[in-house]
Design a protein around this ligand. Sequence first.
Ligand code: AR6
Length: 186
Amino acid sequence: MESIAIGSRSIRLVQGDITRVHADAIVNAANSGLLGGGGVDGAIHRAGGGAILEECRAIVAQIGSLPPGEAVITCGGRLSARHVIHTVGPVWHGGRAGEDAMLASAYRESLRVAEAHELATIAFPSISTGAFGYPVREAARVALDAVAVFLGTEARSVREVTFVLYDRHTFGTYADALDEMAASGA
Ligand code: AR6
């Protein structure tokens, strides 16, 4: 399954490069230092240019570092997206260190930042499943559940959440998890 409706809102899955997506905001799977890195973080800063990094530096000057599970917003620089919401997922330590709650929080807090800016269309990568080592199957369930709950309860301005999955395996795993969610009646 590649999309699901939650009332008048929706979750969609696409395979691709999030730096090329048109949306009110794309979400960056950053680290607490907020000054760039590898993976999707590196790709977003490369494609978006120095304006994003400049705003990140200003945020770091204010708050020091961004704890896992929280989120902040910058401009989108040269990206097609108007904004970048930067969040930090958990590093996988085997699954008994509160990783699921932390991952759910990263999605929820990103969406709360989007609401605070009255944004409607948001794109997420698969947070934590690259360098941070979170197993994709477990991460997909947590991510889809967190977003579905948000859309069904808290959402006002946010109407469409797109997961932009980079590789075929991650895309297929999220599609399976969405099937399971739909079958369970969520
Ligand atoms: N578009 C969409 N997804 C992408 C892209 C892209 N252009 N590039 C990679 N991915 P990761 P994490 C996928 O490692 O696990 C960074 O160094 C990737 O295939 O980017 O949260 C940060 O600075 C994977 O499925 O993020 C942090 O230090 C997913 O994005 C750390 O890595 C997440 O992989 C964060 O690790």
